[in-house]
Design a protein around this ligand. Structure first.
Ligand code: FES
Length: 79
């Protein structure tokens, strides 16, 4: 499985001591779905039932079904 993630940041996020949580660590989001990016907010739980070989996009206003399967990606510069 893979996931298409839309990012709008144009630079780095500096992580410091103030970002250390109650457990004494910093959890960096690796799934790309966190609303508190770059920090993990538990949104990765939505990826639990992703299937191998399928590409997904998470978006939309439907909080109960934000996951969509991508059938095809077409690039704008393709002829
Ligand atoms: S790893 Fe992305 S929200 Fe936890």
């Amino acid at each position: 499985m893979s996931r298409e993630i839309t990012h709008d940041a144009t630079g780095p996020e500096i992580v410091g001591e103030d970002d250390i949580g109650e457990k004494g660590d910093i959890a960096i989001c690796m799934c790309g779905l966190s609303a508190d990016y770059p920090f993990c907010d538990g949104s990765h739980n939505a990826t639990a039932e992703e299937e191998d070989g399928v590409r997904y996009k998470y978006e939309g206003d439907d909080d109960e079904n934000p996951r969509h399967e991508i059938a095809e990606i077409v690039f704008g510069d393709e002829d």
